[in-house]
Write a protein that binds this ligand. Structure first.
Ligand code: FRU
Length: 499
């Protein structure tokens, strides 16, 4: 049964979505059908296709009562739009269907698990959320909410766990048992990731605290994801209210990757390494799936809460997802590379070897706003140095976005100050990189309004929206001193694949 709230959302998006011109959308990155999008939800492989749902408010470009939007894909690059999957239409989710995940049931149906939000006026008159975990079952198109929802509520919390901040279940199956992790606020005001288990995906039992923040990395931990990877266990989460730590973690809403071993008896993560997931300006709430060939693939919201109220005028949608990225672990650190399927969309290869960059340089046929380009930098000789190297993209004389490398302190800087955006938002981010024998590799993926940067074959990723008109497509290179550079550049061509 499709509720009237869901029917209304579906009619609205079917009516207004087609009015958004294709050239306002990126070629490869998922955008909402219409209106607002935040976190990826229910990222999963189901009946031979990848499904992606997203936090969705179709009626405006602002966050509002959350629905789940829906797209699917055969190759993680070209996406097909589907009608909205969930709307806030029950008492327990009347103020929103918050983030969650998906898994296939033994009978072939797909189970969605999400946070139902209901606001309650407390004795002091303040409206506060009651967040509970709920499920819905469906066929990849239509979903029915379970009559016994919510399936995890206040009574299933550990002592002192907050009933207001309890959200974002990520489900998986191991053997015959289903597990989920969810974020919760603990009595010290910070966050913890709680673990639950179930024989069938409907009846859940609290199983312990997988990891806790103890006010060390931000406060409330949102959107957890937990999985084994290359012999280790990985917990991804997105903390709120971070304070900056060196160049590793920036202030505000950040992202955190904890890598370690699992204490099987206590079901607790023993961490060896803690790092940021992405070092750019626009990246939050990542979620992963496992592909049929065993790859762990992550996608995230390509935005940040701090600046999401500043929007380009006249565009009838807001929000994009990152490209899906393959994850692995190298030297104890998280490695991310764009899914290999992207390479099928490369065309018009341009190669340059050993270009000497010592002042502003442009190269024939190296320009564009939908491209995949790898630059390898190396010193001219073993004894030579240079003060900085700059890559400028999305340029037109007035505008540009810059990636600057300083070899003396091994820092990269992303700077979109001159991208043409009329809001005074955070535009610059610095982070540390690790050149090998003086060599640094930068892979840049541009898709109209975004730049995703992968350093040294994915050792670090940095993601940034750039609000420059797509006609600004000049690319230039600059150095203070001299440096040698190889360039390998492809256009990315995706006929009719705009999302
Ligand atoms: C993270 C988040 C989630 C929540 C959702 C609401 O960006 O705050 O914790 O489920 O957004 O839209």
């Amino acid at each position: 049964m499709i509720s009237k709230e869901l029917q209304k959302a579906r009619e609205f998006e079917a009516h207004y979505g087609p009015f958004i011109p294709d050239d306002q959308r990126p070629a490869f990155h998922v955008t909402p059908t219409i209106g607002w999008m935040n976190d990826p939800n229910g990222f999963s492989f189901y009946k031979g296709e990848y499904h992606l749902f997203y936090q969705y408010h179709p009626y405006s470009n602002e966050w509002g009562p959350m629905h789940w939007g829906h797209v699917k894909s055969k190759d993680l690059i070209r996406w097909e739009r589907l009608p909205a999957a969930l709307a806030p239409d029950q008492e327990y989710d009347q103020n929103g269907c918050f983030s969650g995940s998906a898994v296939e049931l033994p009978d072939g149906r797909q189970l969605l698990v999400y946070t139902g939000v209901r606001q309650i006026r407390e004795e002091n008159g303040i409206l506060r959320d009651r967040q509970t975990q709920c499920v819905a079952v469906g066929d990849g198109l239509n979903y029915e909410k379970y009559e016994l929802n919510p399936v995890i509520s206040a009574k299933d919390l550990p002592a002192g766990g907050s009933v207001c901040d309890f959200r974002d279940p990520k489900i998986w199956k191991e053997g015959d048992t289903y597990y989920l992790v969810a974020g919760n606020r603990t009595p010290d005001g910070s966050g913890a990731i709680l673990l639950y288990e179930s024989p069938d995906g409907f009846a859940w039992r609290y199983a312990g605290v997988l990891a806790a923040c103890h006010n060390q990395y931000g406060r409330m931990w949102e959107c957890p994801d937990f999985f084994p990877l290359d012999g280790k266990y990985v917990l991804l989460t997105s903390p709120q209210e971070m304070t900056a730590i060196g160049l590793e973690f920036h202030a505000g809403n950040g992202t955190l990757c904890l890598i370690g071993e699992l204490d099987q008896a206590r079901k607790h993560l023993l961490r060896d390494n803690v790092q940021a997931i992405d070092y750019g300006l626009d990246f939050y709430a990542p979620q992963t799936l496992q592909t049929p060939d065993g790859r762990r693939v992550m996608i995230a919201w390509m935005q940040n809460w701090e600046t999401s109220k500043c929007q380009a005028l006249g565009i009838r949608f807001f929000g994009e997802m990152t490209l899906p990225r393959e994850l692995s672990i190298r030297d104890g650190r998280l490695i991310q590379t764009p899914v290999r399927e992207l390479e099928r969309y490369r065309s018009y290869q341009i190669l340059y070897k050993n270009v000497l960059v010592s002042r502003m340089t442009t190269l024939q046929n190296v320009r564009g706003r939908t491209l995949d380009m790898t630059i390898t930098l190396r010193p001219v000789s073993e004894t030579s140095t240079y003060r900085w190297f700059k890559l400028n993209v999305a340029g037109d004389g007035e505008h540009m976005t810059t990636v600057r490398f300083k070899p003396d302190c091994n820092t990269l800087r992303i700077d979109r100050t001159r991208c043409g955006f009329p809001h005074d938002i955070v535009n610059v981010r610095d982070f540390m990189v690790r050149p090998r024998r003086g060599e640094l590799k930068l892979r840049v993926i541009l898709d109209r309004h975004s730049m995703e940067l992968f350093v040294n074959d994915g050792e670090q990723a940095a993601t940034t929206m750039i609000y420059t008109d797509p006609s600004a497509d000049a690319i230039s290179f600059e150095a203070d001193g001299s440096v040698l550079m190889d360039v390998e550049k492809y256009d990315l061509v995706c006929e009719g694949g705009a999302q």
